[in-house]
Design a protein around this ligand. Structure first.
Ligand code: AHR
Length: 510
């Protein structure tokens, strides 16, 4: 009898202290926006081993199989991601780049010194044709970032004519001479990069005027090509920059404003990419989650001047940025990629999805061997990073309709919200819910109210590993890969699951 009472008391107390689930409602709203596939865009710069010794190994390379000099294994991996767009040639490099140096016979091209990134000398062998042909092979929209800092208006409009004009014109004729008959019809054009910094150290007021001048002379050239002119936008919380652009540039001259925000907690000591401790992990996540605040506040300003959402917000550089791995030759900004990067990518992409009304493009920095890369290479070897797998799992949101979600009673990892979520319904009717638990130690029970979504079956995938520091290496390329997740139970319009510590789950409901 005594044992029975004790057992009852124990059962009661464990029920009393059992963690209450975090409640998340996911609803259908006819007026909710489409999540632009361009939120899943990428970025490549002439920096470290991103282009040379990364993506591009040269047309003459007989050891690494390639298409016009671009590695076939990378092309295959990128096709699996459905990459929607690719930004090039920078970054800071863009405002030193003169595109005419990179077209025509390779042996006649001048060499240049990459003053921002290691002072390396390059031979301009990767140029406009390589880049735009690669985008065609990938089925991705090219996004050219034009030189405002050290270029001219004429140089930019010549580039537009070269890539987009299908009639007779000096630049279109030159393109044909260089072996390309049909124009590529490039839609996305960046007018300078970080013009508040490496792109010219301009004030917002000065740049707004310069921008108006450049944008005025950028026609579509081929009649059908709709040009998207993208103004160099703010860094992080520089709201004055956004306010000035929105106030001073008329709608008809600007299709988007591009924000930059990296998850860096201290620019003078960014910490290691793998051997970070709990404190650094916390600070990285604190910084990554600020994306929500920045995007919300920049959008508030844009809404004030542009209530009809004519001008889009692009976040054309984002990602984690740590100290470079010292042992990699020419490894400028080369860093490894761990479960911390999974947490950053998952939470930031949820933010972009949830703000899809105004956020129409984002570009992860950078695609190969630089910063939060999806691909790392070492001579003939190539690996997919944990961030690659996040982009793969999240591609289901591309062009799907956002399903608004609301979290109640979120748990906290220190003072940060532990759980992040976004959801969408794709064109075939399937529902996808992406959930991230950033808590490094605690699993969290979650109850999803999906009563209005008519879901009959649920399955999912999970991306996690034992330790936050786990990563894929050239010796163990499959250490962090998605696994089937069978822990979600659907009952009477509600899904219950427990999200393990530091893990990311994408559920699929049919
Ligand atoms: O992505 C690396 C650099 O970060 C880019 O060149 C620049 O735009 C930003 O400061």
């Amino acid at each position: 009898m005594r044992y029975l009472t004790l057992l009852l008391a124990l059962m009661l107390s464990s029920q009393l202290f059992a963690q209450q689930p975090v409640l998340i409602s996911v609803t259908e709203a006819s007026d909710s926006p489409q999540i632009s596939r361009h939120i899943y865009g990428h970025f490549t710069e002439h920096l470290g081993r991103c282009i040379y010794e990364g993506l591009y190994v040269g047309e003459e390379n007989k050891i690494i199989p390639n298409t016009e000099g671009v590695r076939n294994d990378i092309i295959e991996a990128l096709k699996e991601l459905n990459i929607p767009n690719l930004r090039w040639p920078g970054g800071c490099f863009a405002d030193t780049y003169h595109w005419k140096d990179g077209v025509g016979p390779k042996d006649e091209r001048p060499t240049i010194v990459n003053r921002w990134w290691g002072g390396t000398t390059e031979d301009n062998s990767f140029g406009t044709h390589n880049f735009l042909n690669l985008c065609e092979v990938l089925g991705a929209e090219p996004y050219l970032s034009a030189n405002v800092g050290s270029g001219t208006v004429q140089e930019l409009i010549d580039w537009v004519q070269y890539t987009n004009h299908d009639g007779v014109s000096p630049m279109a004729d030159w393109r044909r001479e260089n072996g390309r008959e049909a124009p590529w019809k490039v839609k996305y054009w960046g007018v300078g990069n970080e013009t508040w910094g490496c792109g010219g150290n301009m004030t917002a007021e000065y740049y707004a005027d310069i921008y108006r001048q450049y944008a005025t002379f950028m026609p579509g050239w081929s009649g059908e090509t709709e040009i998207y002119r993208i103004a160099s936008g703010a860094s992080e919380d520089d709201y004055h920059w956004t306010e000035t652009l929105m106030k001073n540039v008329p709608y008809h001259l600007m299709e988007a404003v591009a924000l930059h925000d990296y998850a860096v907690f201290d620019w003078s000591d960014k910490g290691p990419s793998v051997n970070f401790d709990d404190e650094i992990y916390f600070k990285s996540m604190e910084q990554a989650l600020k994306m929500e605040e920045y995007v919300t506040k920049h959008i508030e300003i844009m809404d004030k001047y542009d209530p009809e959402s004519k001008v889009a917000l692009f976040v054309d550089e984002w990602g984690g940025w740590y100290d470079a791995e010292p042992e990699v030759k020419n490894g400028v900004l080369y860093q490894q990629n761990t479960i911390r990067d999974v947490m950053i990518a998952g939470t930031v992409l949820n933010t972009f999805n949830n703000h899809a009304r105004r956020v129409k493009m984002a570009n992860l920095a950078q695609m190969v061997n630089v910063l939060q890369a999806v691909i790392l290479t070492d001579k003939e070897k190539m690996i997919k990073t944990p961030t690659y797998h996040v982009m793969h799992m999240y591609k289901v949101h591309q062009d799907a309709q956002l399903l608004p979600s609301k979290i109640e009673g979120n748990m906290e990892f220190r003072e940060l919200p532990s759980i992040s979520v976004s959801a969408s319904r794709d064109k075939t009717g399937k529902v996808h819910i992406s959930l991230v638990n950033i808590d490094p130690e605690n699993e969290i029970p979650v109850e999803l109210d999906v009563a209005g979504l008519d879901i009959k079956n649920i399955d999912g995938q999970i991306l996690t590993s034992d330790k936050l520091q786990d990563h894929n290496s050239f010796d163990a390329p499959e250490k962090v890969t998605p696994k089937e997740f069978k822990g979600a139970k659907l009952k009477k319009g509600s899904i219950s699951l427990t999200i393990p510590a530091h893990s990311l789950i994408v559920l699929q409901g049919k």
